[in-house]
Design a protein around this ligand. Sequence first.
Ligand code: URA
Length: 229
Amino acid sequence: MADSDRQVALAELEVEVRACTACGLCQERTHAVPGEGDLNSVVLFVGEGPGQDEDQQGRPFVGRSGQLLTKMLRAVEIDRESVYITNIVKCRPPDNRDPLPGEIESCRDFLDRQIVLINPRIIVTLGRFSMQRWLPREKITRIQGKVRNIGRGRCIVPLFHPAAVLRNPNWMLEYQKAFGRLPSLVQRALQANERARRGDALPAGVPHPGDPDYRDPADPLPLTQQTLF
Ligand code: URA
C-alpha cells in the first residue's frame, strides 16, 4: 500500500476510534486516544490505556508515565516522534482501573489494523496487559527486556509499564538496561527493511517458513482443512 494510502487509512481509523461506542468506556471518556507517531516507524509501543491526562488531551502517554517514557527514549537517543505509540484500549478506564477482558476485546481490531498499517518489526509492550496480547502465559518480571520473535519478521520486547517503575524506583536500573537494547534492534530492523526493499529478505508481516502458522503457498492445506465459505 502506498504511503499516502496508509496515511489516509490511519486517519480513517482514528475517526472510527473517536466515534467508537463498542464498549462502556465510551460513556465516561473526554477524548478517545487512537495513538500518534511516525507511520513508517519500525517500532510500535503499546501501553495499557489512557489515563486522566491522555483522556483530557486525546494523546497517548502525556502524563507522568509519558514523561518517563519520553525521558527513557531520549536517553537512548530515540526521538519520541520517530516511533508510533498507542494503547491496548483507546479510552480511559474510570479511576485508572485495569481494562476488562471485554473492553480489550472490543478494541482488538483497532490495534490489529494499526499493526497492519504501520507494519512494525519491533513491538514494545509497556506493562502486562499489552504483553499478554502476544505472550499470554509469560510473567513481565521474568521476561522484561528479553526479545521474543513472534514470526512474520516481528519481535516483541516486553517492558515494564512506566507507572510501575515510578512506583518501584528500584526497577529503574533494569529498565534502563532494557531500553538500552532498543537502538541496536532498531538498526537491525532498518537493515532488514533495506534488504527486503532490495529483494534479499522478506518484508515484515510476510509469513516466514519458520512461523508456526506458515503455509507453503505451493502446498496448500488438504481440501478437508480449508475454509471454503
Ligand atoms: N498509561 C498507558 O498505559 N497509556 C497511556 O497512554 C498513558 C498512561
